[in-house]
Design a protein around this ligand. Sequence first.
Ligand code: 13P
Length: 257
Amino acid sequence: MKQPFFYIANWKMNSSFEQSLTFCMHNQPALLQLSAYPDTTLVIAPSFPTLYAIAQLFENSALHVSAQNCSEYTHGAYTGQVDSTSLAQVGCTYCIIGHSETRAYCGETDAQIAKKVNCLLEQNITPIICIGETKADYEQGKTFALLEQQLLPIRKVLTSEALTAHTNNRCLIAYEPIWAIGTGITLLTDYLTKVFSWLQVYCAKHMPNTNITLLYGGSIDENNAGTLKAIDGINGFLIGGASLDFQKLQKIIVCTY
Ligand code: 13P
């Protein structure tokens, strides 16, 4: 079976409850049409309060809804946190974890991210695990050492024993170089080819029993999407800014289809 290509719209905190719902209601027929393209998976990641309403709007369709974070704990006295059980109950089938913004502003650590992977898989929610280096790391040639550091606790969670306990063994890993996020910088094809080739080898070697799909994120738009999709190993996009504009999102999907 051909792997689907993922288009994940990460709206971050850029779209309020009202704006998110208006976007979805206004563009509902077109979104349904795009999500029904063969070999295409379209996922929208709005903020927490909007998840249930959007999941209801697209219930029984091919469009999926993702959260932007979840707790590393299953339940208990963790004020302000959101558990994966509730995410599944409101209709989330994906959840972004380890985004560089969550790492930077909420102090999310690699160890916490690994625990979240487990909580999500337990609920049959597919984790979208973000990894990526800073510009300084890149310039100092530390990219692979950093990716390895970020992936190490995750690969320990994704042992075959842990996986057999879950019905879902699918994980998406999104390489998002921090210096490409929101900057308009498109990384060189040669560099990305090298990174994705390294990631493919790493995942096959260390997580052979996990169904992993690799995504790219960072300033994706309707102009660079075609070139990025052609890079070997990239099987989906995590799209920030451009996904807030329906015409741009549509162009990214249509132009790469
Ligand atoms: P931009 O597409 O706005 O650069 O954001 C990328 C991102 O962080 C997606 O998670």
